[in-house]
Design a protein around this ligand. Structure first.
Ligand code: TXA
Ligand code: MG
Length: 350
């Protein structure tokens, strides 16, 4: 397939291209587009045959449901069977933005999109290109992250090209995604509401709407432990670069010492090793490639750069990536969730 790759910035949108992309979706095609979380791989959520192509292009397990993206509040009523009061409140507060709400679905959404479930995830993104493409298509757009299944999600158009060139009709975008981690997924079919996947809309923020909200305890645990996560997608190995990721956990000074010691051992074994550090610590490591995720004072910078940093270590063919860890509060919960999964929960005490 000949993929049209079109670069544009959020403040310089080519409306002819947007119209073409909308048409491609409407007529059963696949379009990669930017969102404020990660890049998405979209198809018409009402068209089962089109959605099947997403699973094929990504190599995604068929039992993992997709999120349907909408451009305005009214569209919820067209695809959700009922909209619980709490979902309406969350939507009013946090949409458009990095939050997905699980509700009962109407039959208009294909069963392929929901992977046979009676519920769907709905999200109204804030990214202007995403919204314009949804509007131009005139349909809800089913879109998982635009990566080959298992790899770190793409936050940059070049990573989408790397994974999906030749497999989709359009790849559109330009700017690095604002948040860099996928949306917070909240199950609104249960009471109290339950966070199935942590993201930039944090537990602390959600508790302002429902003080009983909680995070599915299974998601911070190893997949083979007794708990089974409620979101089908959270059980898979995910976000994995080719290199082996190991997380070093503990007091920061001890972490630095432990990482330096491990680096030396790996080098002695003839391994290529990299360190994922922060602005505050990056000068404390010796004889090793170090990439800073950002400042510990700004957790949003850490989240924004996490997936891209994992992928850039792969570009330099690392065998091992050693990462510092972060406090599990606020956006740190989402960061540690993705980091733990990318490391297959290989956590070493400093
Ligand atoms: O930020 C995002 O959400 C990005 C951008 C493109 O919008 N999309 C994304 O989609 O991350 P995906 O397919 O990679 O992740 C969807 C997650 C999976 O963990 C899936 O299992 C869960 O949402 N999910 C979707 N529908 C669900 C449902 N009906 N019940 C429970 N979990 C659901
Ligand atoms: Mg994904």
């Amino acid at each position: 397939m000949n993929t049209k790759i079109i670069r544009m910035d959020n403040d310089n949108i080519n409306s002819k291209v947007i119209a073409e992309a909308g048409n491609a979706i409407k007529s059963g095609g696949l379009v990669v587009f930017p969102t404020e979380t990660v890049y998405g791989l979209g198809a018409n959520a009402c068209d089962g045959e089109a959605v099947k192509k997403i699973f094929l292009a990504k190599g995604r397990p068929q039992d993992n449901p997709l999120i349907s993206h909408i451009a305005d509040f009214e569209s919820i009523n067209e695809i959700a069977l009922e909209v619980p009061e709490i979902a309406r409140k969350l939507a009013e507060r946090f949409w458009p933005g990095p939050m997905t709400l699980i509700m009962k679905k109407k039959p208009i959404i294909s069963d392929i999109t929901s992977a046979g479930l009676k519920s769907i995830g709905i999200r109204m993104p804030s990214n202007i290109i995403a919204r314009e493409i949804i509007k131009a298509s005139g349909v809800p757009i089913a879109a998982p992250s635009a990566n080959i299944s298992g790899r770190p999600s793409p936050t940059d158009i070049e990573r989408c090209v790397e994974d999906l060139n030749g497999k989709v009709d359009y790849i559109i975008g330009g700017e690095q995604c604002t948040f860099g981690l996928e949306s917070t997924v909240i199950d609104c079919t249960v009471s109290p509401i339950c966070i199935l996947r942590p993201g930039a809309i944090t537990l602390e923020m959600i508790k302002e709407i429902d003080s009983n909200a909680y995070i599915d305890p299974a998601i911070m645990k190893k997949p083979e432990s007794d708990f089974k996560p409620k979101a089908p997608g959270m059980k898979y190995k995910h976000y994995s670069p080719k290199a082996d990721v190991k997380i070093i956990e503990g007091d920061l000074q001890k972490t630095i010492e432990k990482i330096n010691e491990m680096v030396q051992n790996y080098i002695d074994d003839g391994k290529k090793v990299g360190v994922m550090a922060t602005d505050e610590t990056m000068n404390s490591y010796n004889n090793v490639k170090v990439i800073s995720l950002g400042s510990r004072k700004d957790m949003y910078s850490i989240g924004k750069n996490l997936f891209e940093t994992l992928r850039s270590f792969d570009d330099s063919n690392m065998d091992i990536i050693l990462s510092e860890s972060f406090a599990e509060k606020g956006f740190g919960v989402a960061i540690m969730n993705r980091l733990n999964k990318s490391a297959g929960f290989d956590i070493i005490k400093a």
